[in-house]
Design a protein around this ligand. Structure first.
Ligand code: TYD
Ligand code: MG
Length: 471
């Protein structure tokens, strides 16, 4: 029998129940409920991220947040944040152990301190200027509960940033961290990781849902009040959902995920951003000297071949955030092994692949219903944009007919169920990138943003579209 005041919290999604349950009714995970005597306290913490005070203020009399941003010192991180770090904002950075969160955060801390090739106005410089060089102004604090100071120093030396002015605090006790924040008054804080922090008020076991919620709440509200941006590092479990940190996604302003594609590329993307778009990606490679930004990624996902391009392969310029990337779609079509045909595609949504195959079957009388379809995107990027449909249709057509598409041909466009080719956004920029990457032919829809200098083969429906490609 549960004691009065005890609640059970799902460690995956934060759902609370008064009784223990084997399966969480909210997220469907098994064996995730943990008993929590301080449930009401956690609830308070979770609810307290609303503005304090009871007096309302007329909207018109409020002063707008100018959205003042400073460079994090790393261009790709600024890009994902929507143009830099916003004062007082909280950023959760999630990823599997070993992906490079600590490396990235140390590089950000050093970059923001101006220790590593400053880019634009760094945080430290911005604050120093603003406060007429107060003592201690412009400090960057790196709180580590995962590594010792010596480990951190070794890593920093390896990264060539061991001589920067970042302050390091090896501490897991929340109250001590808050005291240090008060003394130091940093302009940027990194907490690595939020799962290691404990507040004695909630017991000594780190990583419980209550601890994570409470410690996160205390740190972000402290930083928000003082206009100091904070990065909170959090580990993701094997299942791919953030365990524990999922609970605090609603409290922070920005949620970033760091993961690795099939190639060595590491991808930073935002899944929530109160201060910017969520469609930008930051691209990095891990080298012996830490994470290097990938500045010109347009051709990164094209596979270079010595011989002729085999059937089933088509290149498409896709829009990722504000950049055009040339990506290679690969399709394979083989007679179905079972009674029903199946689609195997995890980079492009399978229902989109099925739909495009059905359009080809209907409008070009090309049979796919007795075939198994495999689709992949080279380099491991997941593509969710509609412009992929026309090149996907070409890849499927090519795979089914064994007629290859020229390696110099690129395509983009949306397909309707009636087989029409619809216009898509930023077509001129896509064509320009394709030309710059050495493609001599582009097949796509007509566009309102057509550039006089760029000429492409305009197609209006799928039956007409295959003619210039497979002639
Ligand atoms: P780390 O940043 O500690 O990952 P996380 O904090 O997400 O757990 O380390 C990522 C991996 O990168 C680690 O296995 C070692 C490797 N690495 C390099 O290859 N080069 C480097 O310069 C550094 C610092 C780490
Ligand atoms: Mg780490």
């Amino acid at each position: 029998m549960a004691k009065a005041g005890t609640v059970f919290i799902c460690s995956q999604c934060g759902h609370e129940e008064s009784k223990w349950a084997g399966r969480c009714p909210e997220c469907g995970e098994w064996n995730t409920f943990v008993e929590s005597a301080g449930g009401s306290r956690a609830r308070q913490a979770a609810g307290r991220d609303r503005p304090r005070g009871t007096d309302s203020i007329p909207l018109e009399s409020l002063s707008a947040d100018s959205g003042e941003r400073s460079s994090s010192g790393i261009g790709e991180v600024d890009r994902v944040l929507g143009g830099g770090l916003v004062r007082g904002s909280s950023v959760l950075i999630g990823g599997e152990p070993g992906i490079g969160k600590s490396t990235l955060m140390l590089q950000v801390a050093a970059g923001a301190a101006g220790g590593d090739a400053p880019r634009g106005q760094t945080l430290a410089a911005a604050v120093e200027g603003a406060t007429s060089r107060q003592r201690g102004a412009g400090r960057i604090l790196y709180v580590t509960g995962e590594e010792s100071a010596a480990q951190l120093k070794t890593r920093a030396d390896r990264l060539g940033i061991g001589k920067n002015s970042v302050e390091v605090l090896c501490e897991t006790d929340l109250e001590s961290i808050l005291r240090s924040l008060q003394n130091l008054k940093p302009v940027l804080v990194v907490v690595d990781s939020i799962q290691t922090l404990t507040s004695p008020e909630l017991g000594n076991v780190p990583g419980t849902p209550n601890q994570i919620k409470y410690c996160c709440y205390e740190i972000i509200s402290y930083c928000r009040e003082r206009g100091c941006p904070v990065f909170l590092v959090a580990h993701v479990t094997k299942e791919g959902s953030i365990a524990g940190p999922k609970l605090i996604e609603h409290m922070v302003d920005t949620v970033l995920y760091f993961d690795q594609s099939e190639s060595e590329l590491r991808i930073l993307r935002a899944s929530k951003n109160r201060f910017g778009p969520v469609d930008e990606v930051g691209l990095f490679t891990m080298t012996a000297r830490g994470l290097q930004e990938v500045k010109n990624p347009a051709s990164l996902f094209i596979v270079q071949r010595e011989n002729e391009t085999p059937p089933g392969i088509v290149v498409a310029p896709v829009y990722e955030g504000s950049r055009v990337l040339m990506i290679e779609i690969q399709a394979l079509v083989v007679p179905a092994k079972g009674a029903i045909s199946r689609v195997f595609s995890d980079r492009i949504d399978s229902s989109r692949v099925s739909r495009v195959a059905a359009i080809l079957e209907k409008h070009l009388s090309l049979r796919f219903s007795d075939q198994d379809i495999y689709v992949n995107v080279a380099g491991g990027l997941r593509i969710g944009e509609v412009g992929i449909e026309l090149p996907l249709a070409f890849a499927l057509y090519s795979a089914r007919t064994s007629i290859p598409v020229s390696s110099k041909t690129a395509a983009a466009g949306e397909l309707t169920l009636a087989g029409e080719v619809r216009s898509i956004s930023h077509l001129s920029r896509r064509v320009r990138t394709a030309k710059e990457m050495g493609f001599d032919s582009f097949i796509g829809p007509a566009s309102t943003d057509a550039d006089q200098e760029l000429v492409w083969t305009i197609v209006s429906d799928i039956a007409k579209a295959v003619k210039p490609v497979f002639a």
